[in-house]
Design a protein around this ligand. Structure first.
Ligand code: PLP
Length: 309
């Protein structure tokens, strides 16, 4: 364990030492789960992934995750090799092999497959795609909910959509990893990244929101991951009379916000305690707490609706 927190800190669960992993149709013990050193994902980061959570046997917002996943694969001309029903079946088999139904986090990864030679051209990937599904028993630690997370603004900025579109959940996460390293060097848990114009955009692993005067603000969405949880929070605000704005804002408004929080499939909504050492608000987080409760209820309704079918 490191001496700092991350938004993906989970309670230690020894069952994860013996999980079974899906690799191209086979489900094997984690120690036997391997991909080739010629795999496009290993060699070049040429792949797309999704992070999903299983709640009482239901993959939360599966359709939204698949929209993003299939959309990203299409954008980079990567053949998934199966349809959504095929992915759902692979997930079902992996969960069943592990006896998992609840408090499960999944990383679904698809790469362009094994290359004939160690060079860049996608046409060298001739094997067909590599699909890997890792599922772990995972419960976010509670301490972050009260303590909150610390952010440092980092020099690394979000990319323009015409370089590497930040909406692509690519295996190559170097932009985010550099931001994370910079945050760590600054003594913070996670990096707060600006867009190319200097507006506050997102963190290296989650979407970023602030609350000012009872209204919820987040970036325009132009340079960040099109987070499923981000959209759910925006929709919940709209449905529950909480003013919400997707707009440009600067660090000036972030530092003086009443509350700030991060969103992501793993941690749902994680409160932010400090940005660049400055405490955010007075530690009272009524809007964050309300959105956390609304999101929990949304998941419960979603799971109930899927289970009733
Ligand atoms: C950079 C980044 N931002 C935000 C998110 C959160 O997205 P979601 O809410 O769909 O989990 C992710 C998750 O993959 C991410 O990688």
């Amino acid at each position: 364990m490191t001496d700092h927190s991350t938004t993906h800190d989970a309670e230690e669960d020894i069952r994860n030492r013996d999980i079974k992993i899906y690799v191209n149709g086979e489900i094997v013990h984690r120690d036997a789960a391997k991909v080739s050193v010629y795999d496009s994902g290993f060699m070049l980061g040429d792949g797309i992934w999704e992070g999903m959570r299983l709640y009482r046997g239901v993959w939360a917002f599966f359709d939204e995750h698949m929209d993003r996943f299939f959309g990203s694969c299409k954008a980079i001309a990567m053949d998934v090799g199966m349809d959504r029903a095929g992915i759902a079946e692979a997930l079902r088999q992996t969960a069943a092999a592990n006896g998992m139904t609840d408090d499960v986090h999944c990383r679904l990864m698809l790469t362009r497959g094994i290359k004939d030679k160690p060079f860049q051209h996608p046409a060298l990937s001739t094997s067909g795609p590599t699909l890997v599904i890792i599922m772990e028993h995972s419960k976010p630690v509670n301490r972050l909910q009260s303590a909150g997370i610390s952010l440092a603004t980092v020099p690394q900025v979000r990319g323009l959509p015409n370089s590497q579109d930040p909406k692509l959940n690519s295996h190559s996460k170097l932009n985010c990893i550099i931001a994370c390293l910079q945050a760590e060097a600054a003594g913070a848990d996670e990096g707060l990244m600006l867009d190319p114009h200097g507006f506050v955009n997102t963190t290296n692993a989650c979407n970023f929101f602030i609350v000012r005067g009872g209204a919820v603000w987040t970036s325009t969405g132009d340079y960040c991951m099109n987070g499923v949880t981000r959209q759910k929070v925006i929709d919940l605000c709209r449905a529950n009379g909480i003013p919400v704005f997707e707009k440009n804002f600067s660090l000036y408004e972030a530092y003086s916000a009443d509350e700030a929080f991060l969103t992501g499939t793993f941690g749902a909504q994680t409160p932010v305690a400090t940005i660049d050492g400055k405490p955010i608000g007075d530690g009272d987080r009524p809007v964050t707490a309300r959105l956390q409760a609304l999101y929990k209820a949304l998941i419960a309704d979603h799971v109930a609706a899927k289970t009733a079918r």
